[in-house]
Design a protein around this ligand. Structure first.
Ligand code: GDP
Ligand code: MG
Length: 181
């Protein structure tokens, strides 16, 4: 799959583009999550109209492996839905995001789940964002959905950075597993 330039087992260099899509209702924090993944900071963002694309490199210095990751944050507006299936196709990871403090964003996940239904469960993560705010989505409910979908659930705050260690290690593991197969 990857052309290897040297035969040395420890110097295996991988450079390939990986694609992460962030789906979910408008305002749940997709752009903020993508920006924190890229910059490590919380940047106030305007509403995404259509599409926001961020890209960055992740490196594992131990194994000398690096990946270019491109995150597609799809705008929530209905008029842009027509081109979204194209963007989702071929994604390595999907982050399905809802806002813990806004119930509709959880109740309306079906339509987003439908968009990523072709992807295997292990490439999808359910993200409960804004865990710094008072939650209105009950933990039981979120757990039940994650279980039903067979995906992992991560509590995140793009504002405080809570949960990003876990998210980053899951993304990283998923990308590395992919190159092994
Ligand atoms: N309190 C809090 N606000 C957040 C968090 N993530 C995003 N926001 C805010 O929610 C609003 C919508 O965020 P944005 O990233 O544009 O959402 P998107 O439409 O899903 O891309 C912005 O005002 C953000 O600053 C979070 O974890 N906690
Ligand atoms: Mg956005």
């Amino acid at each position: 799959m990857t052309p290897s330039m040297s035969k040395g087992p420890s110097k295996r260099k991988t450079s390939q583009v990986n694609k992460i899509v962030l789906v979910g209702a408008g305002g749940v924090g997709k752009t903020s999550i993508a920006k924190r993944l890229v910059t490590g900071e919380y940047l106030e963002t305007g509403m995404t109209v259509g599409l926001n694309v961020e890209s960055w490199m992740v490196k594992d210095t131990d194994e000398d492996v690096s990946f270019k990751v491109v995150a597609f944050d799809l705008g929530g507006q209905k008029q842009f839905r027509f081109f979204q299936p194209e963007l989702v196709s071929g994604a390595d990871i999907a982050l399905i995001v809802f806002d813990l403090s806004r119930y509709e964003s959880f109740a309306e996940l079906d339509e987003w789940l439908d968009m990523v239904k072709e992807m295997p469960a292990e490439s999808k993560l359910l993200i409960a964002n804004k865990c710094d705010l008072r939650p209105v989505v009950q933990e039981d409910e979120a757990n039940a959905l994650a279980k039903q979908l067979g995906v992992r659930l991560i509590y995140l705050s793009a504002k405080t950075g809570q949960g990003f260690d876990k998210l980053e290690s899951m993304i990283w593991k998923q990308l590395k597993d992919k190159t092994k197969t």
